[in-house]
Design a protein around this ligand. Structure first.
Ligand code: SF4
Length: 668
């Protein structure tokens, strides 16, 4: 029998697309876009379509596996769960619950994927991961400045006179925003793209401003300086609704425009042009999730926020410093779902430093790691250390759908269902504010694959807290939706419509009531003061740059970026792409010219942390001395590029420094 059902893309992506999924004889046979979805309107990308291949792949993990003498053996669920539960009991008894590390990431945006937190909280509280490889430093930065990280609703774009896309290739990562940009441009908006790479978004811009990687905050400082010199600032907003402006003005007095131009490698004329654009309101800024992956990452986002504030583009239609939209995720009942009060002990490692901490932690040492929704071996910086750490513990358990690089290291691998084999709802706190229902479309998952929720429920029962997991799917989903029910958003309506609009602020900060300690937009952050010193904005530069370490920059003269791949959501699809996959080393034209390289030459890229080999592709319009190698590539295909990246944390401690990475390159 053939059915076409509404569903949702589960991937951690800006767009959170609505799907129409064809199911024939209990098998997904086609995935298309749902034309009725209010935002994504029937268009989806190849990564979403590939979920059909992913679901039906013959490489799916089908049975629980246990490593015996270095080889995986199929075991029963009963054996796997009993042994894992026994190990959890043993380490709790001997060393305490924080001797278990829960290493997780965001491979799936289903609300019920958060139930792992409930399990570990009821167990007693393990060592948890905090921060984010991706957007963490920017989120924290916006909390310091505004009190929360909020974005304008997608259609407000059409109120903008000028649109500045800063470090974000929406053509690759946010296709529905890209379409709206094309429309806005047709309607007369001017589009400016600031990016070291001349990407598909830059190609349609009125102007592409190429910049030295990691210097975006310095550029924002330069634009503010020019706005002030030209008298184009929004004095009324600054005086009434901001705090700490004199500190910012003082900071900018200490640096010349010439110096800023030299540091950013952006001409003074272009900086002045940007000042006039920002002052010609409304101008909206849409930041990407790459330029904060530096030591100075939080400060970078703070300076761009400050630019939006000084120019009076905060809280107005068509304006905004758009980075993330946390009010989407904040709409659900996370505490009720995850029961943080059940913890009796707790410890946290940053996601960046988890490997180093596993190797060095005392009181207690890490004895067991359980990996959910993640593939740290490819995604976490300094892969060499990650491998050492994850193989150093007594027991490593990985829940996944495929034998990933991380799963290969495990003692137990538990086969998980795909999004179409379990019911959930999906949301993304990145672009739009609609939540999508994801029904269980395939009744019989292949082999013995089980949902994460089933696994936690069984383990909870074995460990004596099964009552905390004794709920039906509907009860779990209702629990998550509880804060919305009084506003008429029920599970029934979500199921009926396939999607629901969350009641969020569509133009944040219009009431000028910021959620900071002063109630104002804070150029000097009180929260920053409380957490890490002065709270002042600075002119900080990346750790790996000639401005911070000349000698290191001479040894490793090229900036390495590791952007999101086009055809894979991080590492999730590489093994399904077919053909011969190997790392593509994209290099700025000057590198190829300086080293006498031609398209396709085999090269080695290296630094003190490791190396990667691949074939070069020349980027004619990329910023000089810039290299890109897409992230996520598996070891069997020549990756991961995180062999080269550093596990340092960003300035505010909550983000990675994946792009703060200098390398050298040679032909092989
Ligand atoms: S990966 Fe993103 S753009 Fe592609 S289908 Fe999924 S949500 Fe849509």
């Amino acid at each position: 029998m053939k059915r076409v059902m509404k569903a949702s893309c589960p991937l951690n992506c800006w767009d959170n697309c609505g799907f129409l999924v064809t199911v024939e004889n209990d098998r997904v046979t086609k995935i298309e876009g749902d034309p009725d979805h209010p935002i994504t309107k029937g268009k989806i990308c190849g990564r979403g379509r590939m979920l059909e291949t992913r679901t039906n792949s013959s490489d799916r993990l089908l049975y629980p596996l246990k490593k015996v003498n270095g080889r995986f053996e199929q075991i029963s669920w009963e054996q796997a769960l009993n042994e894992i539960a026994a190990k959890l009991s043993e380490v709790k008894e001997k060393y305490g619950t924080t001797s278990v590390l829960h290493s997780h990431d965001y491979s799936n945006n289903g609300i019920l994927k958060n139930i792992d937190q409930r399990f570990f909280n009821c167990y007693g509280g393990v060592t948890e991961i905090y921060g984010s490889l991706c957007w963490g430093s920017g989120i924290e930065a916006q909390k310091w400045d505004f009190g929360n990280a909020l974005s304008h609703e997608p259609h407000d774009l059409f109120n903008s006179k000028n649109i500045i896309i800063w470090g974000r290739n929406v053509a690759r990562t946010n296709m529905h925003f890209y379409e709206n940009l094309l429309k806005a441009k047709k309607q007369g908006a001017k589009l400016y793209v600031i990016d070291p790479l001349y990407n598909a978004t830059a190609k349609m811009a009125d102007e592409h401003i190429t910049i030295k990687p990691g210097m975006d905050g310095i550029l924002a400082a330069g634009v503010i300086k020019e706005i002030l010199r030209l008298g184009l600032e929004d004095r009324a907003f600054i005086e009434e609704f901001t705090y700490g402006f004199s500190d910012l003005a003082h900071l900018l007095d200490g640096i010349s425009l010439k110096k800023i131009s030299e540091m950013t490698e952006v001409s003074a004329e272009v900086i002045t042009m940007l000042a006039r654009i920002y002052a010609d309101k409304p101008s909206s800024t849409f930041m990407g999730l790459g330029m904060q992956r530096y030591k100075n990452g939080g400060n970078t986002i703070r300076l761009i926020d400050a630019l939006a504030a000084v120019s009076g583009n905060v809280g107005i239609p068509g304006g905004g410093a758009n980075y993330a939209n946390l009010q989407v995720g904040q709409s659900f009942a996370f505490e009720e779902l995850t029961l943080p009060n059940r913890r009796t002990d707790t410890r946290q490692f940053s996601i960046m430093k988890q490997a180093e901490k596993v190797l060095t932690a005392k009181g207690p040492e890490i004895r067991m790691i359980i990996v959910t929704c993640g593939n740290p071996l490819t995604q976490v910086p300094d892969s060499t250390m990650v491998e050492r750490a994850f193989t150093s513990v007594e027991t490593l358990v990985v829940i996944d759908q495929f034998m990933t690089d991380t799963a290969k290291l495990a003692d137990y691998v538990l086969p998980a269902t795909t999004a179409f084999e379990e019911e959930d709802f999906y949301y993304s706190s990145m672009y739009h504010h609609y939540v999508n229902y994801g029904p269980k479309l395939v009744q019989e998952a292949p082999g013995e694959a089980k949902s994460d929720l089933w696994i936690w429920t069984q383990l909870a029962s074995l460990l004596g807290f099964g009552a905390d997991f004794d709920f039906t799917r509907d009860e779990w989903l209702n629990m998550a939706l509880k804060p919305l029910q009084e506003k008429g958003m029920t599970l029934e309506s979500l199921k009926k419509n396939g999607t629901l609009e969350l009641p969020v602020e569509k133009i944040p900060w219009q009431n000028r009531k910021f959620k900071t300690p002063t109630g104002k937009f804070e150029f000097t952050s009180i929260l920053g003061q409380q957490k890490s010193g002065s709270g002042l904005l600075t002119l900080a530069v990346p750790d790996e740059s000639k401005w911070s370490n000349q000698e290191h920059a001479e040894k490793y003269p090229y900036n390495l970026l590791t952007i999101h791949p086009l055809r894979s959501n991080h590492s999730q699809n590489y093994h399904l792409l077919g053909g011969q996959i190997k790392p593509k080393v994209e290099v700025a034209k000057n590198i190829a010219e300086d080293l006498g390289l031609i398209q396709g030459d085999e090269v080695r890229v290296w630094n003190d942390r490791g190396e990667i080999k691949g074939a070069i592709s020349i980027l004619p319009a990329a910023h000089p001395n810039t290299i890109n190698i897409d992230e996520g590539i598996w070891r069997q295909f020549g990756g991961p590029v995180n062999n080269l990246t550093s596990s340092r944390e960003s300035d505010n401690g909550l983000g990675s420094t994946l792009y703060d990475c200098l390398v050298n390159l040679e032909k092989i």
